[in-house]
Design a protein around this ligand. Structure first.
Ligand code: GLV
Ligand code: MN
Ligand code: MN
Length: 400
């Protein structure tokens, strides 16, 4: 079976997991039942291929073709993540994992013998949709996020990270940097759906990543005085929802002035009653800019805005500008015939690995809608098959 039939078959196997029939798209949060099903799918699929499965001390899954400790510097790891944002698309994450499985499967069938081990990673909690910190699997793996921070995290139900993780049979206090797993990632290549329109404009099915914009997440809480919606005159209200609305308009204008982007996509209103003025509004801000100075200035101004409405802006995570390995990217470019090289505002585990000195590169597959983090995300079958073919050639070229 070639990739044009095998890849859709793999997608079909996970299609029902976390499908959100109400909003469309997928809800596949880390450490949920859906995540457990996806991890079981990964483990079974790679075992059927004869790969060796391991789980690192950050709870990421690894499937190895060959002994990863024999010549670790020359190992080549592919993969991505299987979790999603709420109402996420089908491709952000799974495309990278499933394409890697297809590529390895094809090469096994062809009798190819890699020079060093080839791995496939399934990073846990890339989206940070549950606990608020993106790329948690790679951040714990690299030691960037430590147990002190993990202990502070809470999910949407205010359940602590420790409680949620322990319920899945994993001891949260054991989650930490994994030297051995890190030493095995000689090179990392993450294939991903493009989250934008650049490849459409360039009429190219595939592209390579140059760098990731610096980005971060912040939170704040605005308070007011809860009261009756019918009996409190407008002039006498202290309504935190009005403050939140103005804060969002202000931060949007601020991002525009800085030629950056800022988004408030998550808001929790307390107590969330239709006929009551709220007591509190919790807001989460995602801000990204082309360079670090600009992001710093933007975050400082958003902090002042929050302060003006009585809130304190707290940083939840910050990722500096990430430049992918130019040598690795160049080699992939020559193997694949000089693809367009594009930057991205989206964060990825490959970026976290790159900031920790691991040679990492990314391949993007064209997305006909250009939309992502939404059920409207899309990919054409021929482009996805071209992505698998590219991974096959990358393995042959780098590990042959
Ligand atoms: C991850 O997808 C992010 O950039 O938020
Ligand atoms: Mn992703
Ligand atoms: Mn994403």
């Amino acid at each position: 079976m070639n990739s044009s039939t095998r890849l859709p078959q793999l997608f079909a196997q996970i299609a029902a997991i976390g499908y959100d029939a109400v909003h469309g798209g997928y809800r596949r949060f880390a450490y949920s039942d859906e995540d457990r099903e996806l991890r079981t799918f990964f483990a079974q699929t790679v075992s059927e291929l004869g790969l060796t499965l391991s789980v690192d001390t950050a709870n990421n899954q690894w499937a190895w073709w060959g002994d990863p400790d024999l010549d670790p510097e020359h190992n080549l790891v592919l993969g991505s993540h299987l979790d999603s944002v709420p109402a996420g698309g089908a491709y952000d994450g799974p495309l990278g994992v499933l394409s890697a499985i297809c590529a390895v499967e094809q090469l096994l069938r062809d009798g190819f013998r890699p020079r060093a081990a080839v791995g496939i990673a399934n990073f846990i909690d890339e989206e940070g949709a549950r606990f608020g910190v993106a790329c948690l699997g790679s951040r714990v793996l690299t030691g960037e996020t430590t147990s002190t921070r993990l202990e502070q995290l809470r999910d949407y139900d205010r359940r602590s990270f420790g409680e949620v993780v322990r319920a899945t049979g994993v001891e949260p206090t054991q989650l930490r940097r994994d030297e051995r797993a890190l030493s095995r990632i000689g090179r990392f290549v993450e294939l991903h759906i493009e989250q934008g329109h650049q490849l459409i404009s360039l009429a190219a099915p595939l592209g390579l990543a140059s760098f990731i914009w610096p980005h971060g997440r912040w939170s704040t809480t605005l308070s007011g005085v809860p009261n009756h919606a019918g009996t409190t005159p407008l002039a006498e209200r202290d309504d935190p929802v009005i403050k939140a609305a103005n804060f969002i308009l202000d931060l949007t204008a601020c991002a525009e002035r800085h030629k950056a982007v800022a988004t408030c996509g998550k808001i929790v209103v307390e107590p969330n009653a239709v006929n009551a003025i709220a007591s509190k509004v919790h807001l989460w801000v995602d801000a990204r800019a082309e360079d670090g100075d600009r992001l710093e200035r933007l975050a400082a101004e958003i902090g002042e805005l929050a302060h003006g409405y009585g809130g304190v802006l707290v940083n939840e995570s910050l990722t500096p500008a990430t430049v992918f390995d130019t040598e690795l990217t160049g080699r992939i470019g020559s193997i694949l015939g000089h693809l367009p090289v594009i930057s991205t505002g989206a964060g990825h585990d490959a970026g976290i690995l790159a900031t920790h000195g691991i040679p990492a590169a990314m391949l993007f597959v064209r997305n006909p809608t250009g939309v992502s983090h939404s059920p409207l995300e899309d990919a054409d079958e021929e482009d996805m098959a071209a992505g698998v073919d590219a991974l096959i050639r990358v393995i042959q070229g780098l590990s042959g």
